[in-house]
Write a protein of this length. Structure first.
Length: 367
């Protein structure tokens, strides 16, 4: 089945279709990870995007039950050089092609993914469409040029109603901007009593849940498309409740504190991004997936301090509040892309909740 990828600049890539046969448009991005294609496909942060995987063969270990980050993938398409049709792994329950068909996601293989990646690196992310080889290319280009990127991605991937993952430990309210299941897993493994709430939940509603801590999850798109989050965050911080922001949650935390964000040329997407801890000098290998970043020059005058930076380009990778019990990171500490360097951030959050609770009890006793 001959299929094409048409970009808004008029570039056309010809290849073979797999997965769903639907025509689908989205923002074309690339991910440099050698493995983890199932997690990438099911990560809600890819909502509205067509993902190009730079590793030459994808799908060789099949699809399993364990590696889904969400039940309903929101990615708009997958582009690979070669899609393996005969995977080999003891946990495999099917092929990549079967997964894409089941989830109605179009795929394109057999194109020069190196050329496409270099194009994105040179010009930045581009809108594109996976379509039939017989499609009207000129009409698609005009459509892509005139159609703005959608701004409701968080709304579409966030839970519509709160839900509870009961446990015996600290109560953590996770504000779902597109939360990966890995975040919930890490909290549950630490016996946290987790309540997941929609993206537009107010501070008052969250406080009624009597939380020990608040986690702002990852999610897709521009943080400025979620203005309702900012007042909630500032109100939570006034109550001295520990707060931990991840990826989009990190950017929203920065905006709420008066900093600004900006779009990166082609983003950070992969499992091998080195990040430097400015306090210890330690380098951590991290998994990342974001197209926006906090503008470092806008941190001056806020109550935020820079804690981590990207080794490759110097962008902001971590923030801490100078007074309140709150911190955030741009990368994914739950992802563990081979090494588990960033996983201790969950322990930091746990210790922050424990310390804040103990200090609160002491103040109460002294009152």
């Amino acid at each position: 089945m001959k299929r094409i990828l048409v970009l808004e600049d008029g570039t056309v890539f010809h290849g073979e279709g797999f997965g769903s046969a639907i025509d689908q448009e989205g923002e074309v991005v690339f991910n440099t990870g050698m493995t983890g294609y199932q997690e990438i496909l099911s990560d809600p942060s890819y909502c509205g995007q067509i993902v190009t995987l730079t590793y030459p063969m994808i799908g060789n270990y099949g699809v399993n039950r364990q590696d889904f980050e969400s039940i309903s993938p929101a990615v708009h398409g997958l582009i690979v050089n070669e899609a393996c049709s005969m995977p080999s792994h003891y946990q495999s329950l099917g092929t990549l092609d079967e997964l894409l068909k089941a989830k109605n996601i179009p795929g394109l293989m057999g194109i020069d993914t190196r050329k496409l990646t270099r194009l994105i690196r040179k010009h930045g992310t581009l809108k594109g469409k996976i379509a039939s080889a017989e499609a009207d290319i000129a009409a698609i280009v005009e459509e892509l040029k005139s159609a703005p990127l959608k701004t409701d991605h968080v709304q579409s991937v966030s839970t519509k109603t709160p839900y509870h993952l009961p446990n015996t430990g600290r109560r953590v309210v996770v504000v779902d901007y597109g939360a990966k299941s890995g975040i919930l897993r890490e909290l549950s493994q630490r016996s946290c009593d987790v309540v997941v709430v929609p993206y537009n939940t107010t501070a008052k509603e969250i406080l009624l849940l009597n939380p020990d801590g608040i986690l702002l999850s990852n999610g897709p798109g521009d943080p400025k498309d979620v203005p309702e989050a900012l007042h909630m965050i500032t109100s939570i911080l006034e109550e001295e409740i520990p707060l931990f922001g991840i990826c989009l949650g990190h950017q929203l935390f920065a905006l709420a504190m008066g900093a600004n964000t900006e779009k990166l040329k082609f983003g950070h997407r992969g499992s091998n991004h080195p990040v430097k801890d400015l306090q210890t000098g330690k380098i951590t290998m991290t998994a990342q997936n974001h197209g926006y970043t906090v503008s470092p020059e806008t941190l001056a005058g806020t109550e935020l301090r820079l804690t981590h930076t990207a080794v490759n380009d110097g962008t902001v990778e971590g923030l801490g509040h100078k007074v309140k019990p709150a911190f955030s990171v741009q990368y994914h500490p739950e992802a563990s892309p081979g090494p588990m360097d960033a996983n201790p951030l969950f322990e930091k959050f746990m210790n922050m909740m424990k310390t804040t609770k103990e200090e609160g009890k002491e103040i109460c006793l002294n009152a």
